[in-house]
Design a protein. Structure first.
Length: 84
């Protein structure tokens, strides 16, 4: 009887060791989160207020993307992270 128990313990230990060595496969980062937002183009003769408006729209897009990045990371941390 003790032989079966030792075998079971060895199998569990080997499984745990294998899972630890295999590491963790994380999901890929969504492509849009890697994107860099370009500045609004400056067109000669165009009113500065129009250029400023486009620049603010670009900043809004960048801030939105940053928010999605933070949410992506927080989701990963909740699923796979350790809780101190």
């Amino acid at each position: 009887m003790t032989g079966c128990s030792a075998t079971e313990r060895l199998n569990r230990a080997a499984t745990t060791k294998g899972q630890t060595q295999a590491g963790l496969v994380l999901p890929p980062l969504p492509d849009d989160l890697r994107k860099q937002e370009a500045h609004a183009p400056v067109v000669e003769g165009q009113p500065l207020i129009a250029i400023l408006a486009r620049e603010r729209q670009a900043l809004d897009r960048a801030n939105s993307r940053q928010g999605r990045t933070i949410q992506f990371y927080d989701d990963l941390k909740a699923r796979y992270g350790t809780h101190p």
